[in-house]
Structure formats: structure tokens, C-alpha cells
Design a protein around this ligand. Structure first.
Ligand SMILES: [Zn+2]
Ligand SMILES: [Zn+2]
Length: 90
């Protein structure tokens, strides 16, 4: 596993999250802000991708969408409410 400190060099080409350029990566561009997790079918956001409520929601639909990591405060969480199970910061 590569788990080095990143973003020390602003000229680096590789996003550590597999998005290619850091310019395309929501996480790189917002590094330092907390991230939360959402799914396409849910109306909540979660503090952890392994939240039991998140996983139950995924299990309850036929074709669950992949879990997305979004930065708190970005458009991806605008219409969502925090999960009551994992209690993400607001
Ligand atoms: Zn990245
Ligand atoms: Zn949750």
C-alpha cells in the first residue's frame, strides 16, 4: 500500500485517490475539509462508508449505486441530512 504524505509538491501529476490529475479530484481540491459518504439512492450522508445504515440501504435496493465520497459543504451533500446512525459532523 502506498500511504505517503501527499500534496507536498503542487506540481505532482498523480492524485492519490486515482482520479488522475489533482485538478479533477474533489478530494485533492478540497483537501483539509472533511469528507462524507453518500449513495445515489439515499437522502443522507454518512461519516463512514461502513456505516450500518448505509450498508442496509445498499442492501435494500436491487442495483445499489457505488458509494461516493463527497466533501462536506459541496453540492453533493446539499439536499441531504446527516445519518442518525453514524452522526457525521455538520
Ligand atoms: Zn485526489
Ligand atoms: Zn450512516
Amino acid at each position: 500500500m502506498q500511504n505517503q504524505t501527499y500534496l507536498s509538491d503542487p506540481d505532482t501529476d498523480d492524485c492519490p485517490h486515482g482520479m488522475g490529475s489533482p485538478d479533477w479530484c474533489n478530494l485533492c481540491r478540497n483537501s483539509g475539509k472533511p469528507s462524507v459518504y453518500t449513495t445515489g439512492g439515499g437522502m443522507k450522508y454518512h461519516a463512514s462508508p461502513s456505516c450500518s445504515a448505509l450498508r442496509e440501504g445498499q442492501a435494500s435496493v436491487d442495483n445499489p449505486e457505488p458509494i461516493k465520497t463527497v466533501v462536506l459543504g459541496s453540492a453533493g451533500v446539499e439536499d441531504r441530512s446527516p445519518c442518525r446512525t453514524c452522526k457525521p459532523t455538520q
